[in-house]
Design a protein around this ligand. Structure first.
Ligand code: GLU
Length: 430
C-alpha cells in the first residue's frame, strides 16, 4: 500500500489550458521599443503561487522578460511604504482614467495624474522613491532590490532594453515635461524618464511574478520567505488601483468579465491577484488593441470561469477545506468543509499529498460542503482517484447527492455512500 507519493493534478490542468490557447497567434508584439519589436512572440507561460507559498507553473515559466507596466503596482507599494498614503495621494490620484497608458493627461481639477497605473502617474510615483534628491541609480537600485525581495531572488535589469526605449521615448518625455510644468515632479525630464524606464526593465519570470502577486494577495507577507514587505493597508490600496485601472482602457470590461485585480505590461506579462488566496501570472508577447496580451487574457478568462475566481462572486470561502482526516480501524475519513472552489481543492490536494495513508479504505465525507465549482469538483475527484491508484478502496459520502456524476478521469466510477452507517469500518466497499 501507499507505494507512490501522490502527485498534484494542477500542473497538468495548466498544460491543458496553455494547449488550448497556444495556436492563437493574433495580436502584435509591442512596436514602439525596438528590442520588444524583435522579441520572440512565441513563449507562453502560466504560474500560480498560493498565499501558503505553493507554486505551480507550466510552459515557459522560467523565461525572463522585462516587467514594463507590471512594475507600476510594486513601485506604488514602495512609494506608499516610504512616504505614507497622504503624501503619495498629494502627487497622484485614485481615479481610473479610462485612457490609454501613455496619455498626456492630468486631473483637470488638481493637475495631478489620475492614477498610478498610467504612465503620468507611474513617472510621478517613481520620482518619490528614495526621496526627490535621489540620484537615478540609487532610486533604481532601491526599486530593483525591493522587487527582488518580493520575488524572493535577486532580479537584474535589462539595460539594453531601457536604452532602446529611451531612444524613442518622446511620448514619456512629453509626459515628464508636463509633470514638471505642474510641479508634480522636480527632476530633469530626461532623468525622470530614464529612472522610470529602468524600473520597467527589471527582468522577471512568470514564476517570479506569481510570487510577487501572491505577496499582495497575502496582505504583504512574502509567501516563501515569510517577510512582511507591504503593510496590509498598502496591499489593499495597490489591489484597488489594479482593479480599477490595471488593464489600460480595458479595465472596466476586465473587472466585469474576469473579475480579478490585474496588471499587464507591453512585453507580454500579465498578473492577477485573488486577495487572501493566490497570485497568478502569464506571459505571452502578442498584444491586443488595448495593449493587453491576447493569450494571457484568454487564459485568465478561462481560469476565472473554471476556478470560480471572480472577485464579485459571493462564495463562502474557507481557509481550511480539509476539516479533519481521521482513521478508525482500517478506514480513513477525510472530511471537507465550505465551498469547493480552486483554493479549497488545492488545500485538499496539498493535505492528501502530505498525509501518510494506511489501512484499506479512504472515505471522502462531503456532507459539510455546500457547493462545488467545476474546477473544485474535477481536482477533488482527481485527488481521490490518485489515492485509489495507490492501492486504497475509495468512496464518497455524499448524503445530499451534491455530485452529479462520480466518474473519474480514467472512465472508472467512484463508489458513493449516502448514509452514515455505511461509513463504519465493517462496511465492505467494492
Ligand atoms: N515602458 C513602457 C512605457 O512606459 C511601459 C508601458 C507598458 O507596459 O504599458 O511606455
Amino acid at each position: 500500500m501507499n507505494t507512490h507519493p501522490l502527485t498534484m493534478p494542477i500542473p497538468e490542468y495548466f498544460e491543458e489550458i496553455l494547449d488550448s490557447v497556444r495556436d492563437d497567434t493574433s495580436g502584435e508584439v509591442a512596436q514602439y521599443i525596438s528590442q520588444l519589436k524583435n522579441a520572440d512572440p512565441n513563449p507562453l507561460a502560466l504560474a500560480m503561487c498560493t498565499v501558503d507559498g505553493h507554486i505551480y507553473g507550466a510552459g515557459d515559466d522560467e523565461h525572463e522578460f522585462t516587467m514594463q507596466s507590471i512594475s507600476k503596482p510594486f513601485a506604488y507599494a514602495l512609494a506608499l511604504q516610504e512616504h505614507g498614503p497622504d503624501n503619495v495621494f498629494a502627487a497622484v490620484g485614485l481615479e481610473p482614467s479610462g485612457e490609454a497608458f501613455n496619455e498626456l493627461s492630468l486631473d483637470g481639477a488638481t493637475n495631478r495624474p489620475m492614477n498610478p497605473m498610467i504612465n503620468a502617474g507611474a513617472i510621478a510615483v517613481n520620482q518619490l522613491i528614495n526621496g526627490v534628491e535621489s540620484s537615478v541609480e540609487d532610486r533604481v537600485e532601491k526599486l530593483r532590490s525591493y522587487f527582488s525581495q518580493l520575488a524572493g531572488r535577486e532580479l537584474t535589469i535589462d539595460r539594453q532594453l531601457s536604452e532602446s526605449e529611451i531612444e524613442g521615448a518622446d511620448r514619456n518625455l512629453s509626459i515628464a515635461h508636463m509633470l514638471r510644468n505642474y510641479d508634480v515632479i522636480e527632476d530633469d525630464a530626461h532623468d525622470a524618464v530614464l529612472s522610470y524606464t529602468l524600473q520597467c526593465s527589471v527582468k522577471v519570470t512568470a514564476r517570479d511574478l506569481a510570487v510577487m502577486t501572491a505577496t499582495l494577495a497575502a496582505g504583504g507577507i512574502q509567501p516563501l520567505t515569510g517577510e512582511k514587505l507591504v503593510d496590509a493597508r498598502v496591499a489593499r490600496l495597490v489591489l484597488s488601483m489594479m482593479a480599477s485601472a490595471g488593464m489600460y482602457d480595458e479595465a472596466g470590461q476586465w473587472l466585469a468579465t474576469v473579475g480579478i485585480p490585474a496588471k499587464s505590461g507591453v512585453s507580454g506579462g500579465l498578473m492577477g491577484v485573488l486577495p487572501g488566496q493566490l497570485g497568478l501570472a502569464t506571459f505571452s508577447p502578442r498584444l491586443n488593441k488595448q495593449g493587453n496580451p491576447v493569450r494571457g487574457v484568454e487564459i485568465f478568462k478561462r481560469l476565472s470561469e473554471d476556478m470560480g475566481l471572480h472577485l464579485m462572486s459571493a462564495e463562502l470561502l474557507t481557509q481550511h477545506a480539509v476539516r479533519s482526516i481521521e482513521k478508525k480501524g482500517q478506514t480513513t475519513v477525510i472530511q471537507l468543509q465550505g465551498a469547493m472552489n480552486f483554493s479549497a481543492a488545492e488545500n485538499f490536494l496539498f493535505s492528501i499529498t502530505e498525509h501518510e495513508f494506511s489501512g484499506e479504505t479512504v472515505i471522502l465525507d462531503i456532507s459539510r460542503v455546500p457547493m462545488f465549482r467545476p474546477m473544485g469538483r474535477r481536482m477533488i475527484k482527481e485527488g481521490l482517484r490518485r489515492i485509489r491508484d495507490n492501492g486504497f478502496r475509495v468512496a464518497i459520502f455524499d448524503p445530499d447527492e451534491l455530485l452529479p456524476d462520480l466518474e473519474f478521469s480514467d472512465g472508472t466510477e467512484c463508489r458513493q455512500i449516502t448514509s452514515p452507517e455505511q461509513m463504519g469500518d465493517q462496511v465492505a466497499l467494492t
